[in-house]
Ligand binder design. Structure first.
Ligand code: SAM
Ligand code: DTB
Ligand code: SF4
Length: 323
């Protein structure tokens, strides 16, 4: 099947997704090679800078105050602790440092001002910077950009149709508004979603279509597989089958040829072989280190072994979108 890589309709994207798996992977690998160095993997590292007690009711999230998880809450942490973690991330091979806060939205005030200064210092370490702080208004986005924030992560999470089953405290339109503020500020957009939350296949295609029709398309697309955490409403959701993840990665690659597609949460449940297929299908970014925000991640040693086996190397010199 030949596919124009821009402006795919949802139906056309569904047909891409439904191909025999290896046809799909082959096609995605071709698109990948036309736009990226297939051996280079962008490596980010995450830090939770404010943990738990979040007023939102996202059904997947261990940090929501609506759920009874065993999570230790932690208030906004000091700049020194953030900088120490950033240094450690850099020493461990990360090229981007991503700071996440369990906030519904960023609020103006002392904490936000302190955060702006911290961003400037993290950037001064020679790392790309990323943050995910919930909803932003235009002024906040402009101030983050001026402080040196390269990327803002704000996910659509799922399809517009499945969304209400997962989150009731903010809307898809709210998310799109924040994404517009980020785009208008000049920061790069990191926007993706989560698979394995009981959605239909058509919802996965719907999510990828919603991401691919953002104009311009996001530079960074995290594809998370649900980490089912005890105490959340999704605790008993069966794990996402590996082939569904490969399909989603490949479809995202075909729909968004220039983006860095990140194999994000959920890698601890994947074999090396499944990850290898995801990289072949166009994933070219990961989170390094043994922790995501609050849940475990594959450690650096595991990833070192995997990269060696597959002939992958961390991206040199930061991300730039070309091709
Ligand atoms: N509070 C901010 C927000 O929601 O925009 C930022 C932090 S929030 C934890 C960032 C993203 O992490 C969510 O949008 C969601 O996609 C992802 N996430 C949270 N819990 C997850 C889980 N259990 N499994 C997979 N992804 C998850
Ligand atoms: C994203 O899409 N995935 C990351 C990042 N953006 C902030 C977060 C994953 C969180 C997984 C659950 C946890 O560790 O709390
Ligand atoms: Fe709060 Fe973000 Fe978790 Fe939703 S995903 S509960 S907004 S921390």
């Amino acid at each position: 099947m030949t596919v124009a890589t821009t402006a795919l309709s949802r139906e056309a994207l569904q047909a891409v997704y439904d191909q025999p798996l290896l046809e799909l992977v082959f096609q995605a690998a071709q698109v990948h090679r036309a736009h990226h160095d297939p051996r280079a993997v962008q490596c980010a590292s995450l830090l939770s800078i404010k943990t738990g007690a979040c007023p939102e009711d996202c059904a997947y999230c261990p940090q929501s105050a609506h759920h009874n998880t065993e999570l230790e809450r932690e208030p906004f942490i000091e700049s020194e602790a953030i900088l120490a973690a950033a240094q450690n991330a850099k020493a461990g091979g990360a090229d981007r440092f991503c700071m996440g806060a369990a906030w519904r939205e960023a609020r103006n005030g002392k904490e936000f001002d302190a955060f702006l200064e911290t961003v400037t210092k993290v950037k001064g370490l020679g790392l790309e910077t990323c943050a995910t702080l919930g909803m932003l208004d235009e002024d906040q986005a402009r101030r983050l950009e001026a402080a040196g924030l390269d990327y803002y992560n704000h996910n659509l999470d799922t399809s517009p149709e499945h969304y209400d089953k997962i989150i009731t405290t903010r809307t898809y339109a709210d998310r799109l508004r924040t994404l517009q503020a980020v785009r208008d500020s000049g920061m790069k957009v990191c926007c993706g979603g989560i698979l394995g939350m009981g959605e239909e296949v058509s919802d996965r295609v719907g999510l990828i279509h919603a991401l691919a029709t953002l104009e311009p398309q996001p530079e960074s697309v995290p594809i998370n597989a649900l980490v089912a955490v005890e105490g959340t409403p999704l605790e008993d959701t069966p794990p996402l089958p590996w082939d569904d993840l490969v399909r989603a990665v490949a479809t995202a690659r075909i729909a968004m040829p220039k983006a860095y597609v990140r194999l994000s949460a959920g890698r601890t449940n994947l074999t090396e072989e499944a990850q290898a297929l995801c990289f072949l299908a166009g994933a070219n970014s990961v989170f390094l280190g043994d922790k995501l925000l609050t849940t475990p991640n594959r450690g650096r040693d595991d990833d070192h072994v995997l990269f060696e086996k597959l002939g992958l190397t961390p991206l040199e010199g930061g991300t730039h979108v070309d091709g």
